[in-house]
Ligand binder design. Sequence first.
Ligand SMILES: [Fe+2]
Ligand SMILES: [Fe+2]
Length: 405
Amino acid sequence: MRIALFGGSFDPIHYGHIELIKGALSSGRVDKVIVIPTVANSFKRGRALIPAPYRYYMTKAVIDSVFDRDVFVSDVEFSFEGITYTVNTLREVTKDSFIIPFLLSNGVKGEDALTRHQFFWLCGSDILPAFDTWYKPAEILSYAVLLCAKRKGDDVDVISECARLKGLFGCDIALFEMNGVDQASSDIRENRSFDSIPEAAADFIAVHDVYNAVKAFDLCSDSACEFFYDAAVKMYPTLSGKRLLHTLNVGLLSAKLANDHGVSCDKALIAGVLHDCAKEYPIEEQFEMARKVSGDTFTDEKLLHSPAGAYLAAEKFGITDQEILDAITYHTTGRGGMTVLDKIVYLADKIEPSRTYTDLSEMRRIAPVDLDRAARLCLDSVMDKFRRKNRPIHPLTEAWNKELL
Ligand SMILES: [Fe+2]
Ligand SMILES: [Fe+2]
């Protein structure tokens, strides 16, 4: 089959991207398109993309809502270490050991998935003038043919650029004509024009309040932000999308609340982002990890992940700060003598933007101004839920509850 690979940061994905994919398919030059959001992106103040899981899951939501078939999204770059160049992605994706299982798992039937594939790198004509300055352009062209959209009104003289690149690399460039949509992610972000992008992207951005939430990075040090970006990628293989996005949301909201209440935004960002890092480990492993942190204090299966999370935070993520580890350990139960940081992570866990389990508007309204009152409301609602479900209240929760009465 003829497969176009379409890499990009998709921050956010917009109609220009969608039209490019549609144009490539309707040109008849390719049979399938694989969209590959970039992942490696260490934090750089003022220039950082939003963390990779947000961009990946937003892109997937849009592609799944717009295309019934023939277009897939790949998470391949989550497994790469360090800086990722186009050539690294191509080297990996064009291997039979990658592409065949990928196509099969995306519903491409045996014969089509197993035949020898021809690869294209889907792009706009704007990349042509600088393509020869990319990292290892000749190797890129050994894996894939450039499949380039030619749009009316393009600034680039496509024909002479193609001739120039043919002179340099001996390559042919596949061109297709299309009516482009003039959108740029940077304009959409700056103007917050999220009503002009595909509905699934607008919904995703609204549910996670993501372009607002990331302003929390402005309150934190570079090293804490870098930690967050790395942790977001490191947790990807062990958490479902919903859970991973929740933990990122909790990290960002915790940092903001820490700023409101005068404690370390860095610690809140880190404790929040890691709070559920153990949540989807097998229960026996959670049990073992929990026991190492807190003996038999936590035995309920739904609570184990909090001490287990503290264990992983220390062992896998190198956290040594006891305040951060405690905020993770007690985010499900609370405890007597809750610190401000404990309360922030406890509360952020229950009220981050994507949470909808009950009416959270009052808690969200007062959390920035009266942490204790918001925590009180939150604890009441949690204890209510436990009583309704006939679940026992943990002694640590009882101890906190008594203090708040
Ligand atoms: Fe949790
Ligand atoms: Fe959580």
